[in-house]
Design a protein. Structure first.
Length: 301
């Protein structure tokens, strides 16, 4: 059933800027939390108010505010009831996978995934995630992906492959040789991300960087599809190897992270996660496309 049909109609409006309190008796607005440092308790325990629906998403994505103990923040709420069934993922599990990706990202110490929790909301249980607004200054949002006419990437860029751009023409798809993207490429290999698109890369204020949309992850079969293939086959940096060793320990039986993930993904998927970490440590290299699964997500943005 399409996502819009699984959300009660007539109670949502297109996303609009939040209205400021009006009138002399209006209560002062709760202070906004700094972007990228949202405590999970605010998202998990705060009062969740739906403000609108984000259009053009494959699943229901609702823009909300959350308030708790005088603090407030903007957030995204993806109810399980609005998830579109997928042939290769069990129904109603995408929200848990989003939370699992956040837990693994936090365990890596890279904090690439915005604060994400699983909770009840106006349309039932769902994923609630910190809203990442674009930086006010365009200069703070560096270019991360590009199509170029050259056959080889310029210094500071990594080649992904050639892409059709219409009228029988092609261009070289490149991504920045950026340490933040490289960390994300490692994280995606760990969580087996089947849908790393350009639109999921969000620069934040002050040079911050985040990645969103992690519902299609943690499958026990190889599903890695990404635009970040520029380092394929290259040795992993020392930082990544150190993080992977720490993650291996955190995934051991009885460890807190392993126990938390066991609540969110299946035993087989947890075993496959451990195997992927072991495989990366054994090879010491970024993975390469398997050839058994489309390597690039479609559409790529």
């Amino acid at each position: 059933m399409p996502a819009p049909e699984r959300i009660p109609a007539g109670r949502l409006s297109p996303m609009e800027p939040l209205a400021e309190p009006a009138g002399p008796e209006a209560a002062p607005a709760a202070p906004q939390e700094p972007v990228g440092s949202l405590p999970p308790e605010l998202l998990a325990e705060g009062e969740l108010t739906v403000r609108g629906q984000i259009p053009d998403a494959s699943n229901a994505v609702l823009y909300c505010t959350v308030e708790h103990d005088g603090r407030s923040a903007a957030c995204v709420y993806k109810p399980v009831a609005g998830e579109r069934p997928l042939w290769d993922f069990p129904d109603g599990t995408l929200a848990q996978r989003e939370v699992a990706a956040y837990e693994v990202s936090r365990a890596c110490g890279w904090d690439l995934v915005p604060t994400t929790v699983l909770r009840d909301g106006p349309y039932g249980t769902g994923m609630v995630q910190e809203w990442i607004a674009p930086p006010g200054d365009a200069d703070e949002a560096p270019e991360l992906l590009a199509l170029v006419a050259e056959d080889e990437p310029a210094p500071g860029w990594k080649a992904v492959g050639r892409a059709e751009i219409g009228a029988g023409r092609t261009a070289l798809l490149v991504h920045a040789d950026d340490p933040r993207l490289r960390r994300l490429a490692v994280l995606d290999a760990v969580i087996n991300n089947g849908d790393r698109k350009g639109g999921h890369l969000l620069p934040g204020a002050g040079g911050a960087f985040f990645a969103i949309d992690h519902g299609v992850t943690f499958n026990s079969a190889d599903k890695l599809r990404t635009l970040l293939w520029g380092w394929a086959g290259e040795p992993l940096p020392d930082e990544a190897l150190e993080v992977l060793h720490g993650l291996k320990a955190a995934l051991a039986d009885g460890a807190p992270l392993a126990a938390r993930l066991a609540e969110l993904i299946t035993d087989a998927e947890l075993a496959a996660l451990r195997a992927r970490v072991e495989g990366l440590l054994s090879s010491g290299r970024h993975p390469e496309p398997s050839g058994e699964w489309p390597a690039i997500p479609w559409p790529p943005v």
